[in-house]
Design a protein around this ligand. Structure first.
Ligand SMILES: Cc1ncc(COP(=O)(O)O)c(C=O)c1O
Length: 379
């Protein structure tokens, strides 16, 4: 019952009610790849500026991720870069809403369809945003979304797939029969984390509790965004293919109630940051991308990230470091994920210099004041 209500609320934003829920966004991606019958010997083309869990989901099927470089202005690959990477083994092209930004999704999906190649849109950053006036997730065979802590709306952890190509449905429903149910412990720990975030977290204990949560989740002591092994190897961790829980559904319904206001704030803050950076002749998100964009985080580039982050920390400004690696957050052993950094020079440059201004903040003026003070350090 509740799941239906949740589905209809999401459908109200996406204009599509073929929604399938999972424990995390990466699980939705894995299910879609399996429904597309991606298998050993196949290639999946992905932007070389992504999250390692995307590469992992591909590796778990036995297929190989093939990375293409991104353009600096959109932080996504140009369509031609995808086209050049296609081989006889290409089974899927995956496009991404990087920080919410997307490029040529219509062209890329039409090109792939003509070659019998599936397309998936990674909308984990893009729920609520648009591309050419249509909701993100509308153009490809399927899309997947994340509702993890820092995503457009949050259920703690969580995710879902939306399907546009109806031919995929029987396969997806068959794959979903293998989903395992979250255990009582999973549900209780998640409920406790959500309670802590809503009722215990305050401005004054935020930094301490954030460090504690990161430490505990890195060591697999609480449910984290990633289990330790996901960042060090390409074996599927136990309990990975998990369905959604009632805790997440209830939280999703509550979170979506506030979503419109949150989206508005993100858009406004995006405009404030662009004006500031553009006025100073710095790297910024082009104005033409603003009307559609949902601004999950605001990407800025700095000369020395460690130094800039340290200064921000002292001022209690939370800067993100997404994607400080082309396969975020993994900083080494990239060959395990089949990544050759020499092939993605732009992504490498961006990953060395990127910081993320908070899009959700109620105090953008604090960020502006800080950025103005250290403007010389911004590229
Ligand atoms: C680009 C991208 N794709 C996929 C994911 C996976 O989402 P989830 O954490 O819900 O599995 C993330 C996670 O942060 C991401 O940044």
């Amino acid at each position: 019952m509740k799941a239906d209500q949740y589905r209809q609320m999401i459908a109200g934003v996406l204009g599509n009610d073929l929604i399938y829920f999972y424990w995390k966004g990466r699980v939705a991606l894995y299910a879609l790849l399996k429904a597309m019958k991606v298998a050993p010997g196949d290639e999946v083309i992905v932007p070389g500026f992504t999250c390692v869990v995307v590469s992992n989901a591909i590796k778990y099927t036995g297929a190989r991720p093939v990375y293409v470089d991104v353009e600096k202005d959109t932080m996504n690959p140009a369509p031609e870069s995808f086209y050049r990477a296609v081989t006889g083994k290409t089974k899927v092209v995956l496009v991404q809403n990087t920080f919410g930004l997307s490029t040529a999704v219509d062209e890329i999906s039409a090109f792939a369809r003509a070659q019998n190649i599936f397309t998936i849109e990674d909308c984990t950053h893009g729920f609520g945003g648009l591309f050419k006036g249509k909701p993100n997730g509308s153009y490809c065979d399927a899309a997947f979304f994340s509702t993890q802590w820092n995503k457009p709306f949050s259920t703690g952890i969580g995710g879902f797939a939306s399907v546009n190509n109806h031919e995929l449905i029987p396969g997806l429903e068959k794959v979903n029969r293998d989903l395992i149910h979250p255990s009582l412990k999973d549900r209780m720990v998640l409920a406790m984390l959500l309670f802590s975030r809503d009722h215990i977290l305050t401005d004054s204990n935020y930094w301490t509790l954030r460090s504690l949560y990161r430490f505990l989740s890195r060591n697999d002591l609480v449910i984290g965004s990633s289990q330790g092994g996901e960042l060090t190897g390409t074996e599927m961790p136990p309990g990975y293919f998990k369905s959604i829980s009632g805790v997440q559904v209830k939280k999703g319904i509550r979170s979506l109630g506030d979503f419109a206001a949150l989206l508005e704030r993100r858009k406004e803050n995006g405009g404030i940051y662009t004006r500031l950076l553009a006025d100073h002749g710095k790297y910024h998100v082009g104005w033409k991308l603003h009307p559609d964009h949902c601004f999950l985080k605001y990407p800025a580039l700095v000369k020395n990230r460690d130094d800039f982050e340290e200064k921000a920390r002292k001022k209690k400004i939370e800067l993100g470091d997404w994607f400080c690696s082309p396969v975020y957050p993994v900083r080494n052993n990239w060959e395990l994920w089949d990544l050759d950094p020499a092939k993605i020079p732009n992504a490498l440059y961006l990953s060395e210099h990127i910081v993320n201004f908070p899009a959700e903040t109620q105090y953008p003026e604090k960020v502006v004041k800080f950025a103005e003070k250290f403007m010389d350090e911004i590229l």
